[in-house]
Write a new protein. Structure first.
Length: 686
């Protein structure tokens, strides 16, 4: 037996050809006789029978089916953005099959391992599915089992379209999550987090099968996902070459699964940093809910005037300004009206924003031969639409057709629109229906063969056109309907699909905060809770005041891009804005720009009703919601569950009504139908 000490990592190689790496938090073990691996976390999770796999020539090849298994080179000392560690590579070989190499990296003082699998051959091969980690079982020792605290599995949607929801449900179940998942116990919060860290070629799927209430029978983390949830009508594209690399995968074991999801978010930022934004949280207004297709000059300009004259001086602003944003149907304005409107907004000290769908065509067959803007007649829309292998245009998604992000006509169209927006003086853009650009199809650029690679290509080009270096000043980029990854092409992304003003809208949006809070300030600089409708939207009845205020409360705790969504020419909308947007305590919380963390994670496809966050001074904020629009509720909040000292006393300040109270151990909160509260807790001196 050979035992070495690589920094703080114990490496053991036995005569039976078993390799073991242990850093005290996670143990990695590879059996070279069988070609299988296992991972053990400090919390008692045991993942066994682990292999990699590749779909090749009509068959799925598993690494333990290969004839030979051995070390590929020596142990490698690693020092990178994650710290110091050790990497091993295991090579699997068999006659007539491409070789498979598994890379495993473990770091000092870190409860995670990074994994990648390469498939290599002397000849060019093509692959459209590669599993980085297939586990035969995930078990928890009997002593760690708690009947009242079942294992939950987090399902993360690929995008935020069609009012999709996150969910966390107990075993038994069978699900597929996208890019990331967590398997955890809600009561003690122990869990593991696994997900992809590279998002430039593959769509990553995570399949979890559990027939029993306390164990996983099969787990598969793979590149090559394609389903109705990725919005695809075609299989995942093939990747070709002599060496094909899988996504880089993160697998971590944590005392608190919430810490694990945040660590996963930070890991993504280490691999590909978020698009930097040096200014603060954008505050302002967006036109969609107030007018939709009836958007006009008067609404846009009157909104800027109202916010300037009625609420900005009382605190509703950040860094001295507001963004006044057009949504779709800004084309209703003439060129003269647009120029006039933007100038008025600027005179008010505000910044104008606009809207565009760069990868979506909204016309029909009759418009296929229309000239593509900016191409001087070289291309029509028929040329740039994304097609299948038979040359047929892909089926519509959300009523729009996909545009190929790699086509030169698309790039010239991007040039034309971005130059237009910059010349007109806009400083914010909402990019919508972005998943169209990530669909699988046959792309004009033959080197780009997958939907994510095409999206990556198109977004790289688009972001470069809106860079501060090119524009001459910061230009805020917001994604509306969009894949979760890749993320480094925008400053913010809507955390959910459209959300308006009802308590049901608030609960829906907060479902995404409940399971996606960790995206804020890691993957994207800000989460976006959609525009906050205080009174009513164009397509809904008026909300109650508790409903409207809860919608604002939900937005404030979301992270947050804080845009209003009302027509303030309505008397009640104006009243609510003047009453609520001038509450300095509430607005100061929004200005922090930190998403609140859910207290409980066993909410199925619903939202948590209690969230917590702290500020730089150590004050703790607690947000509490009643999602029932017809009944009052009384909630008992356990201070220890919030992470506070249950034996200490706390002064509790209600940020909405200014009242003061005290709490120790726990405290009761009474809420009217659809009501919400935000409290600030300060520990009292003993």
């Amino acid at each position: 037996m050979l035992q070495e000490k690589h920094a703080q990592i114990n490496v053991v190689t036995s005569s039976e050809e078993v390799i073991q790496l242990d850093n005290g938090l996670i143990q990695l073990r590879v059996d070279l006789r069988t070609g299988e691996a296992s991972y053990h976390g400090k919390q008692g999770f045991e993942m066994n029978g682990i292999v990699s796999a590749v779909r090749w020539m009509g068959k799925e090849l598993h690494s333990n089916q290969y004839q030979q298994h051995g070390l590929h080179g020596e142990f490698v000392q690693i020092e990178d953005e994650f710290g110091q560690g050790v990497q091993i590579a295991i090579r699997h070989e068999a006659s007539l099959w491409p070789a498979m190499i598994q890379y495993m990296t473990i770091y000092e003082h870190q409860p995670f391992v990074l994994l990648r699998t390469d498939v290599t051959s002397q000849d060019v091969i093509k692959v459209n599915r590669i599993s980085v980690l297939k586990a035969a079982s995930l078990q928890v020792p009997a002593k760690a089992k708690v009947d009242a605290d079942p294992l939950h599995v987090l399902q993360v949607p690929f995008d935020n379209d069609k009012w999709v929801r996150y969910s966390a449900n107990p075993l038994p179940l069978e699900i597929e999550s996208y890019e990331v998942s967590a398997i955890f116990r809600n009561e003690n919060r122990h869990g593991l987090v696994l997900g992809s860290l590279t998002h430039d070629v593959w769509k990553t799927g995570i399949q979890v099968h559990g027939k029993q209430a306390d164990g996983i029978d099969a787990l598969d983390v793979y590149g090559g996902a394609s389903s109705t949830f990725t919005r695809d009508s075609l299989p995942h594209g093939y990747v070709s070459g002599r060496t094909i690399k899988s996504p880089l995968v993160f697998l971590g074991f944590y005392e608190d699964y919430r810490e694990g999801l945040e660590a996963y978010g930070r890991a993504n930022a280490k691999v590909t940093p978020a698009l930097p934004w040096e200014s603060g949280v954008p505050f302002g207004w967006n036109s969609w809910s107030a007018a939709a297709d009836k958007l006009d000059y008067d609404l846009y300009t009157s909104t800027s005037n109202f916010l300037k004259q009625e609420v900005q001086a009382e605190g509703f602003q950040n860094e001295g300004t507001l963004y006044i944003n057009f949504d779709s149907f800004w084309t209703n304005l003439s060129e003269d009206q647009m120029q006039d409107a933007v100038q008025l907004v600027r005179r008010n000290g505000h910044k104008p924003g606009t809207y565009w769908t760069p990868f979506t065509f909204w016309g029909g067959v009759a418009q296929f031969d229309d000239e593509v803007e900016g191409t001087n007649g070289k291309y029509t829309y028929r040329d740039i639409l994304l097609k299948d292998w038979q040359g047929e245009v892909l089926p519509d998604l959300d009523g729009g057709l996909a545009i190929d992000p790699t086509h030169p006509g698309t790039l010239e169209r991007i040039d034309w629109y971005t130059d237009k927006f910059i010349t007109e003086g806009f400083e914010y853009i909402k990019l919508d229906f972005m998943a169209h650009g990530a669909l699988e199809g046959v792309h004009h650029n033959p080197i780009i063969t997958t939907g994510i690679a095409a999206y990556h290509f198109g977004m790289s080009y688009l972001t470069s056109k809106l860079s501060p270096e090119r524009v001459g000043k910061p230009f805020f980029i917001n994604l509306s309907i969009a894949p979760l990854f890749p993320a480094h092409f925008a400053h913010s992304r809507r955390v959910s699909c459209d959300a308006f003003g009802t308590i049901a809208d608030t609960e829906y949006m907060l479902n995404s905060v409940t399971y996606g809070w960790w995206i804020n300030d890691t993957v994207y600089r800000f989460n976006d809770p959609d525009h906050s409708v205080l009174y009513k939207s164009y397509n809904q009845d008026a909300t109650t005041r508790h409903e409207g205020r809860s919608r604002l409360t939900g937005s404030v705790i979301a992270g947050t891009v804080l845009l209003m969504g009302d027509d303030f020419r309505e008397e009640e909308a104006a009243w609510r804005a003047k009453a609520w947007l001038t509450n300095k305590d509430i607005i100061n919380v929004a200005r922090i720009g930190k998403t609140f963390v859910p207290v409980e994670g066993n909410n199925g496809s619903g939202a948590a009703d209690v969230f917590v966050q702290s500020d730089a001074d150590g004050d703790v904020y607690v947000a509490v919601f009643n999602y029932d629009g017809s009944c009052e509720v009384e909630k008992n909040i356990d201070l220890a569950r919030l992470g506070l000292d249950a034996a200490a006393g706390y002064r509790v300040h209600d940020l909405w009504d200014g009242s003061e109270s005290e709490a120790s151990g726990s405290w009761n909160v009474k809420l009217h139908p659809a009501e919400s509260k935000i409290y600030r807790l300060k520990q009292m001196e003993q």
